[in-house]
Design a binder for this molecule. Structure first.
Ligand code: SF4
Ligand code: SF4
Length: 422
C-alpha cells in the first residue's frame, strides 16, 4: 500500500497495546490482529511491501465494529476509525466493490425515490419469506436460516415511510430542520414522527429535510468512498441552499457523519469545503435540541405509578463515545420519565452491531449483543432507550433472541408519549 495519507496516520501508533485492553472484539477473538495495533502493523507491512496478501489485510480491516473504544483510549490519539475506513477504501480501489453494493450505495442510497421503492420491495419480500412473531416492541419477522439471514429478527416494514406520510405542504419550512435518516424514515417511521412532533413542541417551525441523500456512512464504512462522497456532496449542497438555522439528528451515526467523517471526504481545498463547514456547524443531536429549545419544560410531570428504574439508556458508540453526547439524553430521560429512569448495567458497552460487521459475522455480533441486553435485563431494565438507528435494530433483534419482554425504543418516542399526556 502506498497511500501517504494512510502512512501518516498509522505512523502515530507507538505500539503500546492500550487498545487491546478496551477492544470490544478482543475477548471474542483473543488475537492481536483483531485489535487496532495488529491492524495498523499489518497495514504498515503491506504498505512497505513486506506483506502484500490483500485478502488478509481486507479480512483484518473488515473484522472491526468501528466502535471507537480503542481510539478513545489511545494515549497517542491515533485516528483508528479513519485508518480502518481509509484502509478499506484502499483495498476496495484495488480489488473492486461487489455489484450489489455498487447498486445499493451508488444508486439507491443517494436517491429518496429509489429508497422508497426499495423499502416497498423489501416489505413485499418480507411477507413472502419470513414468519411473523410477536416481541416486546411489536410484531417482527424472523427469517429462516435457509435464506442466509441466520434467523435474524427484523421489524415489520411499514407500508409507508415517515416522509412519504407527510402532507404535501407539511414541514416544508422552518428554522429547525429534521434530518430523519434512512432507518427512521423507512424502517421505524414512528421514530421519525415522534422526533418531528416533539421538536414542534418547542414552538419553532420545524422542516423535514425531504430531499436528503443517505448520510453516506454505510458506503464509507464499506470502503466505497465514491458513493459516500456523492451522498455528502448532495446533502451539503441541498442543506446550504435551504439555509436552516439548526439541523437536528435523531440518529447518532448520521450525526457523526456530518460532524466528523464529512471532513475526511470534503477536506480543505475541496470546492465544497466552506459549505460543509457551514452545514456541520448547524448540526446537533436530538436530545441536545430538546433540552436547549425548552421542550423539556413543557413536559407534564411523570406519572407517579410508573415502576422505578425500569428505563435505562444505552450509549451509542458514535454519539456518546466519539461525539461525547451522553449526558443530554440522560437529562431528557430524567425530565421525561422521572424516577423510571436509572443507569443500566453495561450502558456504555457496544451493542455489537457495527453495520457491515453484523452482516459479515452475525454469530459474533449476536454474542456481543446478547451479552449487552442480558446484562441490562438482569439489572432490572425493562425498557432500553437510545438514540441511534443501528443500535435499535440490533438490540431489538437481541431482545427477541434473549428476552422478548424487553423493549427497545428511541428517546423521542418517550418524549412524544409524555407530551401527548399534556
Ligand atoms: S493504543 Fe494507540 S498507540 Fe497504543 S497500540 Fe493502540 S493504536 Fe497504537
Ligand atoms: S474500533 Fe472497536 S472493534 Fe475495532 S479495533 Fe477498535 S475497539 Fe476493536
Amino acid at each position: 500500500m502506498k497511500d501517504k495519507e494512510l502512512s501518516d496516520l498509522t505512523g502515530a501508533c507507538v505500539k503500546c497495546g492500550t487498545c487491546r485492553t478496551v477492544c470490544t472484539l478482543y475477548p471474542e477473538r483473543k488475537a492481536e490482529i483483531s485489535v487496532a495495533r495488529g491492524k495498523i502493523a499489518l497495514l504498515d507491512a503491506a504498505r512497505k511491501g513486506r506483506d502484500d496478501d490483500l485478502d488478509a489485510v481486507q479480512e483484518a480491516l473488515s473484522d472491526c465494529l468501528l466502535c471507537g473504544r480503542c481510539e478513545r483510549a489511545c494515549p497517542n490519539q491515533v485516528l483508528v476509525e479513519e485508518i480502518i475506513m481509509k484502509g478499506r477504501a484502499d483495498i476496495a480501489d484495488r480489488i473492486g466493490i461487489s455489484a450489489w453494493k455498487q447498486v445499493l450505495f451508488g444508486r439507491v442510497m443517494p436517491s429518496p425515490g429509489k429508497r422508497d421503492a426499495a423499502r416497498a420491495a423489501a416489505a413485499a419480500a418480507q411477507k413472502l419469506l419470513a414468519k411473523k412473531i410477536p416481541t416486546g416492541s411489536g410484531l417482527h419477522y424472523r427469517f429462516p436460516d435457509k435464506y442466509g439471514l441466520s434467523g435474524r429478527t427484523l421489524p415489520e416494514l411499514p407500508g409507508k415511510g415517515f416522509i412519504a406520510s407527510l402532507g404535501p405542504d407539511e414541514a416544508r419550512n422552518g428554522e429547525a430542520m429534521l434530518f430523519v435518516g434512512c432507518v427512521f424514515d423507512h424502517v421505524f417511521p414512528q421514530v421519525g414522527r415522534a422526533a418531528y412532533k416533539s421538536m414542534k413542541a418547542s414552538g419553532m417551525e420545524v422542516a423535514v429535510f425531504r430531499d436528503a441523500a443517505c448520510c453516506g456512512l454505510p458506503a464509507m464504512v464499506s470502503g466505497d468512498r465514491t458513493s459516500a462522497l456523492r451522498c455528502v456532496e448532495e446533502n451539503v449542497r441541498r442543506l446550504r441552499a435551504a439555509e436552516p438555522r439548526r439541523i437536528v439528528f435523531p440518529c447518532g451515526s448520521c450525526l457523526l457523519m456530518f460532524k466528523r467523517n464529512l471532513f475526511s471526504l470534503i477536506p480543505e481545498g475541496h470546492p465544497l469545503h466552506a459549505e460543509a463547514v457551514w452545514v456541520s456547524g448547524r448540526c446537533e443531536d436530538y436530545a441536545g435540541f430538546i433540552l436547549a429549545s425548552g421542550v423539556v419544560s413543557r413536559l407534564p410531570d411523570p406519572p407517579e405509578d410508573e415502576a422505578a428504574g425500569e428505563i435505562g439508556y444505552h450509549d451509542p458508540c458514535h454519539l456518546s463515545g466519539t461525539l461525547g453526547k451522553g449526558s443530554e439524553a440522560r437529562e431528557v430521560l430524567r425530565r421525561t420519565v422521572g424516577r423510571s429512569f436509572a443507569e443500566m448495567e453495561g450502558a456504555d458497552l457496544c451493542c455489537g452491531y457495527g453495520g457491515t460487521f453484523n452482516i459479515r459475522d452475525y454469530s459474533t455480533s449476536a454474542r456481543i449483543g446478547e451479552n449487552k441486553v442480558s446484562l441490562a435485563a438482569k439489572g432490572g431494565t425493562a425498557v432500553i432507550a437510545t438514540a441511534c438507528s443501528g443500535c435499535i435494530l440490533q438490540m431489538r433483534d437481541m431482545a427477541a433472541r434473549t428476552d422478548p419482554a424487553l423493549r427497545v425504543v428511541h428517546i423521542a418516542e418517550l418524549v412524544f408519549r409524555a407530551l401527548s399526556r399534556r
